[in-house]
Design a protein. Sequence first.
Length: 80
Amino acid sequence: MNWQNYIEINPQILAGKPVIKGTRLSIEFLLDLLANNWTVEQLLENYPKLTRQDIQAIFAFAAVCLQEEQFIVYTKLEAA
C-alpha cells in the first residue's frame, strides 16, 4: 500500500498534520477514534468521504512512522 496516494502533509492544512487527501480529517483524529472502539464501518458511515483504502493507508502510514522512530521503554519502579 502506497499511503502517499491517500495521505497528505500540507502546512496550510491543520498546521501540517497528516490528513486524508481532500479532507481535514487528521490521521491522529482517526486513529484516536479507532483506539476508542470505533469500527471501520462507523468511520465510513460518519465520514462519507472516507474509503476503505483511506483507512488502510492510515495503518500503512502508522507502520512506516513506527519503523522510523526509536522508543524508550519505561518500566514502573516498584515501591520499596
